[in-house]
Design a protein around this ligand. Structure first.
Ligand code: EPZ
Length: 419
């Protein structure tokens, strides 16, 4: 398996262009199942998870073509089965996003239960309960969600926990249901908004996305369209922290500053100067050591759990003590154990990590455990003394497009070695 080798100690300088958002691309590709004509999705990031979703659609008989600029054309009219197999779903839990569209458009879906993952149990009970409230007949058999519905009916659904893909699955199902659906306690993430904009471009009637109450008036059919995916705010935040942790000065282009208020606010607390334009963010750390910050993750617009590991890395070399409280997932601290091997001083107490910054981390062989943890190990390696080797970087390839090229363009000494 490939590894990454990184020599630490270089302050990053220059510009980096952000790719399309993974967590908007995945539900949007699934939503193409709802259209009765071809759909063109552009600004799609070249990521393993996107390849997996394309393979899943292809397995069902959906026609998917990808051009050299990663514009994806999807035509669901050739679909021949409504089945998401365990062998694919176990590699990418977001495959659950085909459940709502299959049920709403074709009246049936057999989708493998995603199972847990490194960061938590990741149940899908809210997805299932919401579809049952819309009249679906669903039972779990041999690890599969077997769902049937002649026609889904609109319902008022209160989501017991704020769930991003739960909101997305139910919004897609409601788009073709009979009557009106109201989702209360809905997720407010920008990726949910992007999906709603995409569905409306296909003729859906969705109001309120971005707030915690979304109203969907079901329609008879959805037509094809062309749509450009929004930029990835987590990729953006990762490069902003990379500049801050190395004392550097970079500009992140092709992004949406308004989606990163919680993140840029914390970087300013850490001592960074932040400037923003319509589609760019500039961070300058003035070669200074960051100050420790306190983080508490929560659903958007609060501080994103997907940026927690990156700020843990920042705190390991910051001046002072920073605490990190993870409230979304129950086991998202594995990166802390790897950073300890690099000399970080971290104490874990349940869902709280207390990090006392040290002057320098030291290089050590470390192992990636999940997507965002992997990114945080790169950040730690960028400031560690010596050459750090990161194993199992397939986790990184799931969510960061051309990561070593983008870091090399910022001056980092990073290269991939075949494992
Ligand atoms: C989405 O996952 C993202 N993935 C995750 O990004 C992200 O970390 C997460 O939202 C939180 O922002 C995609 O969008 C593809 P949730 P999702 O349902 O939807 C509980 C990354 O790194 N819950 O919002 O699976 C759940 O256990 C990935 O790109 C239920 O209890 O997360 C968790 O505690 C990692 N029952 C909380 O809700 C359910 O039916 C939030 O999970 C569903 C969720």
């Amino acid at each position: 398996m490939d590894k990454l080798q990184i020599h630490g100690g270089i302050a990053l300088e220059g510009e980096v262009r952000i790719s399309g958002a993974k967590n908007a691309t995945l539900p949007i590709l699934a939503a193409c199942l709802l259209a009765d004509g071809p759909v063109i999705v552009s600004n799609v990031p070249h990521l393993q998870d996107v390849t997996t979703m394309i393979e899943l659609l292809g397995r069902m008989g959906v026609s998917v073509t990808v051009d050299e600029r990663m514009r994806v054309e999807v035509d669901a009219s050739t679909i021949r089965e409504y089945f998401a197999p365990y062998e694919l779903v176990k590699t990418m839990r977001a495959s659950i996003l085909v459940l709502g569209p299959l049920l709403a458009r074709f009246g049936e879906a057999d989708v493998s239960l995603p199972g847990g993952c490194a960061i938590g149990a990741r149940p899908v009970n809210i997805h299932v309960a919401g579809l049952q409230a819309m009249g679906a007949d669903i039972h779990i058999e041999n690890g599969y969600i077997k769902a049937r519905a002649s026609r889904l009916k609109g319902a008022r659904i209160v989501l017991e926990t704020v769930t991003v893909t739960g909101t997305e699955n139910l919004m897609m199902a409601a788009a073709l249901a009979e009557g009106q659906t109201v989702l209360e306690n809905a997720a407010r993430e920008p990726e949910v908004v992007d999906l709603a904009l995409f569905l409306n471009a296909m003729g859906a009637r969705i109001r309120g996305a971005g707030g915690d109450k979304i109203v969907i008036d079901g329609v008879e059919r959805l037509h094809g369209t062309a749509y450009e995916v929004l930029p990835d705010r987590i990729e953006t935040g990762t490069y902003l922290v990379a500049a801050a942790i190395t004392g550097g000065h970079i500009r992140v282009k092709n992004t949406r500053p308004e989606h990163l208020d919680a993140v840029t606010g914390k970087l300013q607390e850490a001592g960074a100067t932040i400037a923003t334009g319509e589609n760019w963010i500039e961070v300058d750390m003035h070669r200074r050591r960051p100050r420790a910050v306190d983080i508490r993750t929560a659903p958007y617009p609060a501080f994103p759990t997907d940026m927690q590991a990156q700020f843990a890395a920042l705190n390991t070399v910051a001046s002072g003590v920073g605490t990190i409280i993870e409230t979304v997932f129950e086991n998202r601290f594995m990166h802390m154990l790897e950073m300890r091997r690099m000399g970080a001083e971290i104490r874990l107490e349940g869902n709280t990590a207390i990090i006392k910054g040290v002057e320098r981390l030291t290089a050590a062989p470390v192992m990636a455990t999940d997507l965002r943890a992997s990114a945080s190990l790169i950040l730690a390696a960028l400031v560690a003394e010596g050459r750090t080797e990161i194993e199992r970087i397939y986790h990184i390839d799931r969510g960061y497009e051309a990561i070593e090229e983008k870091f090399q363009a910022l001056g980092a000494k990073i290269r991939r070695t075949p494992g």
